[in-house]
Design a protein around this ligand. Structure first.
Ligand code: ADP
Ligand code: MG
Length: 728
């Protein structure tokens, strides 16, 4: 097969652009496919509504007696909107979403049918899910897995299906998904943050974690994407010479969005709006054909669901527009990869953002408390946070072109650095009246309400304070945000629990006033978490050296990084915060290691196939043409032959050399794969794939890419970078 040429492409372009059906004003469309409170009021009794609302606010459970009524309301609403099926929608550990559709329709006799969906079907299901990853949990315990309704995330209609967000757990209650641990972590951070927030406002009775993700992605013409076996099977290009023009000119970033892409985005936004995903911004990213989409932040569990749903919707809408979305963190070598910044904060039920400074010194002390506790939590658990964002695909991005390094550090900006420096000098124990006034007026009182300008500058930091929230930038574009959000909220919960204990001990034991006690504990935290703060260039080599001196981890690969997730410290933490049991933690680790090995294995096979079946035969074909040419020249110009065929002879030789290099490396890679597959133990197998198999990829690629430059463009079988990246 020769590669898809531009003339063939015109077919794609000539297709009528997909019409973007306007479904009215955005504000009218927003949430029209969501089983929202407004809808519930129409379809449910007061009693049932009260029950659901309480549960969504984290109080109580669904009354089984009311479940039938709630289910009927959901069903009637869904059918009125044209739905025919329902599904328990969940997020298994494969990282994507899963659903199994059942029809509402149920025959009651030979000639009669009813639409059936009761409380039992709403609350719990047993999907035939034996093939979802479970890390041994279901082998050792009980084969069944259940999905159970998560009422804190509203049901929605997608297409003609009513989707009910659920957790996926084993028969014995172990989490088999990404949502269950997240919900437990959010519960933990609520408990401990509420206790601390009460120091500042007695009326606080609940604290929500908030999340605003920013989704980066590449869009590639569908026909071109499907012409590349590596994109189809691995989601990224495994070879391909860089285009002459990449992103050097920075002319794509924030440039005008190409028309065909804009059509896609509009259509996508319409769908998102109906699903209640509050998408707000869209723009070009740095690399050619790279874009970003971001919503208004939401409660973290809902935001995670919305991001998972969005990725699914993006795929489907792209298909209609003859695009393929690449969510991979590094689909193309040599240009920027894609991330998913996780903007995170904590918010009270009284409407206060705990990471936002305010007008009064008390409000600012609250801000400093949560701010410094976050820094301390990250400092004490940097390795665990790194583990939460580790994946085979993200390994290609961390530390590469414009991506945060694998070292976790915290950036806070010069203004706040100055504040922390001053707080570090607060004297021990009781504060003198003079010192108190000084603190109130000149330190705490001087924190401006708006810090945005000062804090948004350092783009190289993996964990940056950006004015009223922290931004975790190391998350991969493909990952489920639940993983880093589970870790971040768990470590924060634990940190706040300790903080409260220490402050209370100073108040009760030493008779300090509340603010004195808080200042005293914060001062110690500032000192003990200093090593995590870094304001310089996170991409630089000096930082790598400096970080090592500071004792910060620099776990560059997934098999190494994941270890921190199963350390004794991590297991104790998860158990103490009731987020995961040791069994759950270990099962997850096993799954992640297996996934890593499988991904590298698949890529190795795909690369071997492309190199052997596409690249080498094409190179030989071209070489034969050259040989024919040389022989012809020899016949015609026997005396001047050497002089005339010099270039061709060099080419013939170079092609042979590259072919030989490719072949020998593929053989070696296959041998290493065989050896790795014999290893039983998951950690050792993943290590082998990482250190023995993976290194061949770049070497094989190098020679293939050289051949791409030598071989006649007319017969090169693979769509080239310049075509993938600049067709739109
Ligand atoms: P960029 O990082 O591209 O410059 P911003 O810093 O403006 O963009 O990021 C804005 C993102 O931060 C949005 O997704 C927004 O919803 C989110 N965000 C803003 N405030 C909060 C908050 N309190 N909690 C969580 N996310 C927030
Ligand atoms: Mg950002």
């Amino acid at each position: 097969m020769s590669r898809i040429r531009f003339d063939a492409l015109s077919e794609t372009f000539s297709r009528k652009p997909v019409e973007v059906v306007s479904r009215g004003m955005r504000s009218e469309v927003f949430g029209s496919n969501v089983f929202s409170e407004i809808v519930m009021r129409q379809y449910m009794s007061k009693e049932a509504l009260k029950n659901v609302l309480e549960v969504t606010q984290g109080r109580g459970t669904i009354d089984r007696k009311l479940a039938d009524e709630i289910a009927a309301a959901m069903k009637n609403w869904a059918i009125s909107k044209g739905a025919t099926h329902y599904t328990h929608w969940f997020q298994p550990l494969t990282g994507s979403t899963a659903e199994k559709h059942d029809a509402f329709f149920e025959p009651v006799s030979n000639s009669q049918a009813v639409e059936k969906f009761g409380g039992d079907q709403l609350v719990q299901q047993e999907p035939d899910a034996s093939s979802f990853p479970h890390g041994g949990i279901r082998n050792t315990f009980e084969a069944r897995g259940y999905t159970a309704w998560d009422p804190t995330s509203p049901a929605f209609i997608y297409g003609t299906t009513l989707c009910i967000p659920t957790v996926f757990v084993s028969y014995t209650g172990e989490a088999l998904d990404n949502k269950a641990p997240l919900l437990r972590a959010l519960q933990a951070v609520d408990t401990h943050a509420t206790a601390v927030a009460k120091y500042f406002d007695k009326n606080v009775s609940k604290v929500y974690a908030t999340l605003g993700w920013e989704q980066e992605y590449f869009l590639v013409d569908k026909a071109l994407a499907y012409s590349r076996p590596d994109i189809v099977q691995a989601g990224r290009t495994l070879l391909g010479h860089a285009a002459a023009k990449g992103q050097q000119l920075d002319d794509h970033y924030f440039g005008s969005i190409p028309g065909r892409v804009l059509n896609y985005m509009r259509d996508l936004e319409q769908e998102c709006m109906a699903l209640g995903i509050p998408v707000k911004t869209r723009h070009n990213e740095v690399a050619p054909n790279q874009f970003e989409l971001a919503p208004i932040f939401e409660e973290a569990n809902l935001a995670v669901d919305h991001n998972s749903l969005l990725m699914d919707v993006m795929d489907k809408v792209a298909d209609r527009h003859n695009f393929k979305v690449l969510f991979h963190e590094k689909p193309f070598a040599g240009i920027n990869g894609s991330g998913k910044h996780n903007n995170w904060s904590l918010s009270t039920d009284t409407g206060s953002n705990l990471l936002s400074p305010g007008k009064t010194p008390m409000k600012n002390l609250q801000f400093l408390t949560f701010f410094i506790n976050t820094i301390k939590a990250v400092n004490d658990n940097e390795e665990l946070l790194r583990a939460s964002i580790a994946s085979a695909t993200n390994d290609h991005r961390l530390g590469a072109n414009e991506a945060p390094p694998a070292i976790i550090s915290v950036f806070i900006g010069s203004q706040l650095t100055k504040v922390l420096d001053e707080l570090e000098d607060v004297s021990k124990g009781k504060l003198s009246p003079k010192e108190k006034t000084e603190l109130k007026l000149n330190v705490v009182g001087k924190i401006p309400e708006i810090l945005l300008d000062n804090t948004d500058r350092n783009r190289t930091s993996p964990f940056a304070f950006t004015g009223n929230k922290f931004e975790l930038r190391a998350v991969g574009s493909k990952s489920n945000c639940a993983k880093p959000m589970t870790v971040l909220n768990t470590v924060m919960a634990k940190q706040l629990k300790e903080f409260k204990q220490e402050v209370d001990a100073l108040i009760k034991g030493k008779g300090l006033k509340k603010d004195e006690a808080i200042f005293n504990v914060l001062r110690e935290y500032i000192k003990s978490s200093k090593r995590i703060r870094f304001e310089g260039d996170g991409y630089s080599e000096e930082w790598e050296k400096e970080a090592e001196k500071r004792g910060l981890s620099n776990n560059k690969t997934t098999p190494v990084a994941l270890k921190a997730g199963v350390s004794k410290k991590a297991i104790d933490l998860y158990e103490e915060m009731k987020v995961m049991s040791e069994t759950e933690v270990k099962a997850r680790h096993e799954i992640e290691l297996e996934e890593y090995a499988m991904k590298v294995q698949i890529e190795g096979r795909v690369l071997g196939d492309i190199a052997r079946n596409h690249v080498i035969p094409t190179a030989i074909k071209y070489q034969n043409t050259l040989i024919d040419n040389v022989e012809g020249l020899k016949e015609i110009f026997s005396d001047r032959f050497k002089e005339l065929a010099g270039e061709q002879l060099d080419l013939i030789e170079a092609i042979s050399t590259h072919i030989a290099e490719i072949n020998s490396r593929i053989n070696k890679m296959i041998n290493e794969r065989r050896e790795a597959n014999k290893i039983e133990e998951a950690q050792e197998r993943a290590d082998a794939y990482c250190t023995k198999v993976l290194p061949y990829f770049d070497e094989i690629r190098y020679h293939c890419d050289k051949l791409e430059l030598l071989v006649d463009d007319d017969i090169w079988p693979l769509t080239k970078y310049r075509e993938l990246l600049f067709t739109r």
